[in-house]
Design a protein around this ligand. Sequence first.
Ligand SMILES: C[S@@+](CC[C@H](N)C(=O)[O-])C[C@H]1O[C@@H](n2cnc3c(N)ncnc32)[C@H](O)[C@@H]1O
Length: 300
Amino acid sequence: MVGNWTIKKAIDWAFQYLERRRIENPHLNAELLVSYVLGKTRLKLYLEREHLLFAWELSLFKELVIQRSHYIPLAYLTEEQDFMGLKFKVTSDVHIPRPETEILVEKSLETIKRMVFPAKSEERLDDFVIIDLGTGCGNIAIKLANELEKSKVYAVDISLKALKVAQGNAKFHNLDKKISFLLGDLFFPLAHLKLEGKVNLIISNPPYVSSKEMDNLPLEVQREPKVALEGGDDGLSVYRRIISQGARFLRKTGFLALEMGYKQAERIRELILAQEELCIPQVIPDYEGMERVILTKKRA
Ligand SMILES: C[S@@+](CC[C@H](N)C(=O)[O-])C[C@H]1O[C@@H](n2cnc3c(N)ncnc32)[C@H](O)[C@@H]1O
């Protein structure tokens, strides 16, 4: 134990330190870091405010608060992020899963249930094939594999380091046998798998920040891998390739679901409309009303 460093004092100190350095939500950050270091829930922190910290706990805590003040994202410090009720390990090699992406997955699951599994469908549950392009820490692939019990997921990423994190997450959730992790550029690593015409869902949250916007991103976001963020000159280079190459992989009832960035919906809609093999897309807003997800089916 060191001096009188109680949980309360540690939180108060970190709150002031982070507030002075203009970190958003300084109190929440302070609590989450104490919670991480002590392995106690936030509720426990309130119940045990006078609990004293050991010297090693205090020095680890202060080190983490200092790193946080340099805009290292909280999730990189705690190496953990929640996504749709599942825990994911995250490191600085992967994009941190965002709540917005939960809408992409929710809407895809709803569409699967509505379009693919009604009684008259010829699809079989155990046939359900998904491609997740740009899997990052594997959050989308793992959530879908977890929800759709008898599915097979192909999760692709161009970053080997990200794939290693994703594989670890799949193992942690005991879903590693249902997901094949493939290293490479979008559809290239799928070339030898003969999946053309067999895929029910292609899903992706691709990099969508334009090259010129990269320097204007919040400092915290700039800590994330560039390859996870930068989508070429206009932010749409990965969309163009997914939209032009994806249809041939989809089966008759298959569909494509993409997350989009701020004000990209119209241009992405046009890219889809220019593809003869794809239907008129449906655009879905997020909870703040921003057009966030676009869905399109294979044209019959
Ligand atoms: C915005 S992150 C999304 C990560 C995760 N799916 C999520 O939703 O949080 C984009 C991911 O695409 C990967 N990526 C970028 N370009 C790629 C490409 N050409 N082929 C495959 N993956 C790519 C990045 O490495 C990164 O993991």
